[in-house]
Design a binder for this molecule. Sequence first.
Ligand code: ZN
Length: 419
Amino acid sequence: MKRILLEIILAASLAAASVFAWTNWNAGQANVLKLTELTAESESSGKKLEAAEAEVTATAEELSTLKVKSQELDAVKAALASGETLKDLEAAYKKEKSLSAERQVGLGALRLLTKGSKDPATIEAFRKALDIADWGSRKKVICAAQIALAAAGEKVNVLDDCATSAEKAEQAEKDKIAGPEKAAAEVKSKDDHAAKPGEKHAVHWGYEGAMGPDRWGDEFPTCAKGKSQSPLNIKGPFEKAQFGIAPDYKPGQLKIINNGHTIQVNVPSGSKLRIDSKPFELVQFHFHRPSEELIDGKPAAMVVHFVHKNEAGRLAVLGVLLKEGNENPGIKTLWANAPLKEGPMVEPEGVLFNPANLLPREYEFYSYEGSLTTPPCTEGVRFFILKAHVNIAKEQVEQFPFKKNARPVQPQNGRAIAG
Ligand SMILES: [Zn+2]
């Protein structure tokens, strides 16, 4: 039970750290009362740790909503002043080889509240969190870490998206309006699964050896424990697809990055994929060599993954297989501008690109429920693999700066594949 209490306090301090940086603290006991209630609930319930952790996540979310209304930082601080909680928590965590980004932020937040911003271990905890967090699925963690680091006087450029969502949350609370326009505004092109925040890139995973796919689970548990992982070997029997998809991609300024794992193009807003008539905004596309998905056990030379997100934050990936054949003019433009080495995003002046140039004419597809194919391997991603392929010249495959950046196929675990 002690562990659960610590987790709850941790969640509270995580929320507190975020608020600490961007909001004035109002008088009020709301969060303290809430914390007391939740603590009592957890004690009496006697649930297993797993269930409790799910509750803690919900608690953290609830608290982060509450924070906009009213919180009392001093009360939280006073409760933590002795440092006992921090000691307990660190002892509990010491046994674990590696902590998740959320826990690192929580730990940093607790240190910040207990020992202040001059404590080097505070900064270290936030830095670690930033290193292991993945932009997109861990936006809250990244924002909390960045804002707290900035508040501690560290030179950190807080991403626009963090400030924006904080302001929006405040505004929505004031207006009591959280319309679809606001939600749409939160869908930013930076939000993707392969890009990392910050200038320097900490390599925590790769495609070979000690950092290869079979070790991803050490730091990103879903990669090993998830039951709906991607990619899959696509093979029958197939279920009948119940609806169609319709890409509606538009030309826009080319923004291309070598992020150390792939070549990725970040797409300006306006390009969409309609799935069963519902719009998903195209945020980025990137490449794997060879193709991650197998068709009847066989890979294609490469695959391009178009990553989309709807207003609810649901992800959908459209995969287009690239087979060796004629030169691909779209790829030619991309490769001519793609940095060979890992580095910042480039925006070559006057170069427009239309992602539709990489699509075949027919949109018949295989589909299944999967995950991100890179850490943290988050599930709940809908996959659509087009049956038609597009060509790529052998030389163009060889020009791609990554020899192998494909995750092996994952167990199907009874998932249906439509096709
Ligand atoms: Zn991919």
